[in-house]
Design a protein around this ligand. Structure first.
Ligand SMILES: NC(=O)C1=CN([C@@H]2O[C@H](COP(=O)(O)OP(=O)(O)OC[C@H]3O[C@@H](n4cnc5c(N)ncnc54)[C@H](OP(=O)(O)O)[C@@H]3O)[C@@H](O)[C@H]2O)C=CC1
Ligand SMILES: C[C@H]1O[C@H](OP(=O)(O)OP(=O)(O)OC[C@H]2O[C@@H](n3cnc4c(=O)[nH]c(N)nc43)[C@H](O)[C@@H]2O)[C@@H](O)[C@@H](O)C1=O
Length: 343
C-alpha cells in the first residue's frame, strides 16, 4: 500500500517560510513585460544576469483568453511568474470603463494564476494596487486596512478585481501549499509609462501637458480636480528592486505595501513637474474632473522592516522621466500604441 504525502495544514501555510534563492538560472515569465512595471522588472532581472526571461505582448498572447494563456504557460514552463499584466489606467479611465477594468483584470489574473499552479510554477508574485484600501482608511494605510471600509467609487471595480487577486494568492497557498505572494504598490511612474492625454495617470499626463505648453508658449495649464488630493509616487525602478527583493526574502499569505512612505499634493506635484520641464505660467484647477480618494499614503513599515528602502527621490525621478520622455518623443506610448510627439 502506498502512503500519500500528508497535505500541509492551514497552520503550516500561515507561517512565513524562507523562500528558495532566486538564482539567475531560473526561467522567469514577466507577464506584461512591455508595460511600465513589467519592463522595469525585466531590466532589473536582466541586470542581475537572468537569461531565461519569458515575455509575450498582448497581441501575441491575449491573457484574457484562457486557452491561449494555458497553452503559453504550458509550452514555456517558467519556474517563476510575475503578474504585471493588467488593464491599467488613471482615474478617468477607471471611472469611464469599470466593466472592462473588472472583467479584463479578473480574467487575466485568474488565467495566469491557474496556469501557474497547473504547470508547476514554483514561485509567483501578483501585483495589486494601493486602491484596494478603503477610501477613508486611516493614514498611513496598513496592510490590515484591507476590507475594513467602502472603496473609492472612481476605481472600485478595478479594486475589487485586485482584491480577488490577493484572495487567489492566499487560496492557492491554503489549498496547494505553493509559496505565491502579492504586493501592493502605490502610484508608479518612470520610463515606459502610458502618456495618453486622457487615460493615463497624473504624472505622465502632466509631464506631457507641461512639455506641450512649453512648446506652444501657453500661459495656462489645466490640472484635473482641486489639486488638494495627496498621492505617494514610487519610481518604477524602485518598484522593480522591491519586487526582486520580495521574491528573495518574503513568503507569507499577507500582502505587502510597496511605497516610499511620503506623499505630496497634486498641486505640489504639478509645480515640481512645471519646474523640471522649465515652464512658467498659471495653473488652472478643473473641478469638474474627479479628485478621487483624498489621500492614500501607504504604511511601508512591513517592507522597511524586511530591509528594503527606495532610492529615487521624487525630484530626481521626475527629472529622469522627463529626460527619458524627451529622448523618446518619436515612440511615446499612449493608450493603444506608440505615437510621435512634438519635440
Ligand atoms: N501604474 C501604476 O501607477 C500602478 C500600477 N500597478 C499595477 O502594476 C501592474 C502593471 O501596471 P503598469 O505597468 O502600470 O501597466 P501598463 O499599462 O504599463 O502595462 C500593462 C501590461 O499588461 C499587458 N496587458 C494588458 N492587457 C493584456 C492582455 N489582455 N493580454 C496580455 N497582456 C496584457 C500589456 O501588454 P502589451 O503592452 O503587450 O499590450 C502591458 O504590457 C498592474 O497590475 C497594475 O495594477 C499598481 C499600482 C500603481
Ligand atoms: C494608481 C492608481 O491610479 C488611479 O487612481 P489615482 O491615484 O486617483 O490616479 P491618477 O494618477 O489618475 O490621479 C491622481 C490625482 O491626480 C489628479 N490629476 C490632475 N491632473 C490629472 C491628469 O491630467 N490626469 C490624471 N490621470 N489625473 C490628474 C486626479 O484628479 C487625481 O486627484 C486609479 O485609477 C487606481 O486604479 C490606481 O491604482
Amino acid at each position: 500500500m502506498t502512503t500519500l504525502p500528508s497535505s500541509p495544514t492551514a497552520a503550516d501555510l500561515s507561517v512565513e517560510h524562507t523562500p528558495a534563492r532566486l538564482t539567475p538560472d531560473l526561467s522567469v515569465y514577466v507577464a506584461g513585460h512591455r508595460g511600465l512595471a513589467g519592463s522595469a522588472v525585466w531590466r532589473a532581472l536582466s541586470k542581475r544576469g537572468f537569461t531565461g526571461l519569458i515575455g509575450a505582448s498582448s497581441s501575441e498572447v491575449d491573457l484574457r483568453d484562457r486557452t491561449a494563456t494555458m497553452d503559453f504557460v504550458s509550452a514555456n514552463r517558467p519556474d517563476v511568474m510575475i503578474v504585471a499584466a493588467a488593464r491599467v489606467g488613471g482615474i478617468l479611465a477607471n471611472d469611464t470603463y469599470p466593466a472592462d477594468f473588472l472583467s479584463d483584470n479578473l480574467r487575466i489574473q485568474v488565467n495566469l494564476m491557474d496556469a501557474a499552479r497547473q504547470f508547476g510554477v514554483q514561485r509567483l508574485l501578483f501585483l495589486g494596487s494601493s486602491c484596494i484600501y478603503p477610501k477613508f482608511a486611516e493614514q498611513p494605510i496598513k496592510e490590515s486596512s484591507l476590507l475594513t471600509g467602502a472603496l473609492e467609487p472612481t476605481n472600485d471595480a478595478y479594486a475589487i478585481a485586485k482584491i480577488a487577486g490577493i484572495m487567489q494568492v492566499q487560496s492557492i497557498r491554503r489549498q496547494f501549499g505553493l509559496p505565491y505572494i502579492s504586493a501592493m504598490p502605490t502610484n508608479l511612474y518612470g520610463q515606459g509609462d502610458n502618456f495618453d492625454a486622457t487615460n493615463s495617470h497624473v504624472m505622465p499626463a502632466l509631464i506631457r501637458r507641461f512639455h506641450e505648453a512649453k512648446l506652444t508658449g501657453a500661459q495656462e495649464v489645466t490640472i484635473w480636480g482641486s489639486g488638494t488630493p495627496r498621492r505617494e509616487f514610487l519610481h518604477v525602478d524602485d518598484l522593480a528592486s522591491a519586487l526582486v527583493f520580495l521574491l528573495e526574502n518574503y513568503d507569507s499569505p499577507d500582502t505587502v505595501n510597496v511605497g516610499t512612505g511620503t506623499d505630496v499634493t497634486i498641486r505640489e506635484l504639478a509645480e515640481t513637474i512645471a519646474d523640471v520641464v522649465g515652464w512658467q505660467g498659471n495653473l488652472r484647477f478643473d473641478t469638474s474632473k474627479p479628485d478621487g480618494t483624498p489621500r492614500k499614503l501607504l504604511d511601508v513599515s512591513r517592507l522597511r522592516g524586511l530591509g528594503w528602502a527606495p532610492e529615487v527621490s521624487l525630484r530626481d525621478g521626475v527629472e529622469s522621466t522627463y529626460r527619458w520622455f524627451t529622448s523618446n518623443l518619436n515612440s511615446i506610448r499612449i493608450e493603444d500604441g506608440l505615437v510621435g510627439l512634438p519635440g
